[in-house]
Design a protein around this ligand. Structure first.
Ligand SMILES: Nc1ncnc2c1ncn2[C@@H]1O[C@H](COP(=O)(O)OP(=O)(O)OP(=O)(O)O)[C@@H](O)[C@H]1O
Length: 301
């Protein structure tokens, strides 16, 4: 946990699995009496009660206060059960934290590599390749991931050496989930070919995170230049790469719309072809449409 200096008091999101069990013990050892544990009972799996029991026992043993909340995550339309559970979990963690402004999560280097591989498999751009940040402020809370450079095996070996138990999530063995297939089938193969893959892949993600920040800064500058809504002529004055970057930023930040690569390419083609007063632009992007209105592009949904 080198370089991990959260605000105190600190809350640790404790699932009861190996990683967050280790994180809680390490944080409590470093900042005694300054750490609180937060557990979300999902009620999804039969094993949920075992997770909660383990968290209660562990926290009692350590003398760490534990806050527990039950959630019943119903998936929204088009949302997977895992995404629904994650959304409900982050919401519950934020509420459980109360006045505490720093929450530590226990994702490790293997999780980071899995996230990167999933992003690559979707053809993600630079922000996706940045995978998970070590710290992100959201909803007034700093979410920390201090174990991102620690291998999963190291975490378990650390716990075994201390004789600490944890609860194993049975769904981790289910090979219907892509993430589990990556963990079981891909990571062992990577280990053989690139023994340093955890270090090098996570380093690539950090490079991508830095590049993503630069793209974000450039997009904000360019949006100030082209205006909101963007002026077509000002967009035409930008290079294709900068134009794509600022359009993505406008659509996402102003309208919550993610343009697919094909939609963005078509929008750019039409912007390029927009040389007469009467030229129409009307393209579906995400759940809405981008249209030309006089000198500007506008968004409808
Ligand atoms: N039910 C939960 N209650 C509180 N925190 C959770 C819960 N589930 C996950 N977390 C937090 O979110 C992080 C990421 O969750 P994820 O489901 O990817 O990991 P996990 O496999 O549950 O990890 P762990 O080995 O810590 O159980 C966990 O490391 C933990 O800090």
């Amino acid at each position: 946990m080198a370089g991990f200096f959260p605000g105190l008091p600190l809350a640790v999101a404790l699932s009861g699995g190996a990683d967050s069990t280790a994180l809680l013990i390490a944080c409590h050892a470093r900042w005694p009496n300054q750490v609180v544990a937060l557990h979300v009972h999902h009620g999804l799996q039969a094993v949920a009660d075992d997770f909660e029991r383990h968290c209660r026992e562990l926290c009692l043993q350590l003398g760490v206060p534990l806050r527990v909340r039950r959630v019943d995550a119903r998936a929204l339309q088009g949302e997977s059960p895992e995404d629904a559970a994650r959304r409900a979990r982050y919401q519950a963690l934020q509420e459980l934290a109360g006045p505490v402004r720093d929450i530590a999560l226990a994702q490790h280097a293997d999780d980071q590599v899995e996230t990167l591989l999933l992003a690559l498999s979707r053809g993600a751009g630079v922000p996706g390749l940045a995978a998970m940040p070590t710290c992100r402020v959201r909803g007034g809370i700093a979410w920390h991931r201090p174990l991102l450079s620690v291998a999963a095996d190291e975490v378990r070996a650390w716990l075994r050496a201390r004789g600490v138990a944890w609860v194993e999530d049975p769904s981790n063995a289910d090979l219907r989930y892509t993430r589990n297939r990556i963990r079981r089938q891909l990571l062992p193969a990577l280990q053989q070919v690139f023994p340093q893959f955890r270090d090098t892949f996570t380093r690539s993600s950090r490079h991508a995170a830095q590049a993503a920040e630069l793209l974000q800064e450039l997009a904000a500058l360019d949006l100030a230049q082209v205006g909101t809504p963007p002026c077509v002529a000002a967009l035409q004055a930008l290079s294709q790469a900068r134009q794509a970057n600022v359009l993505r930023h406008w659509l996402l930040c102003s309208h919550g719309a993610s343009a697919s690569a094909a939609q963005l390419a078509e929008l750019q083609r039409q912007i390029g072809a927009c040389t007469t007063r009467g030229h129409r632009i009307d393209i579906k992007v995400g759940i809405g449409h981008v249209r030309r209105e006089g000198l500007y592009l506008t968004w409808y949904n």
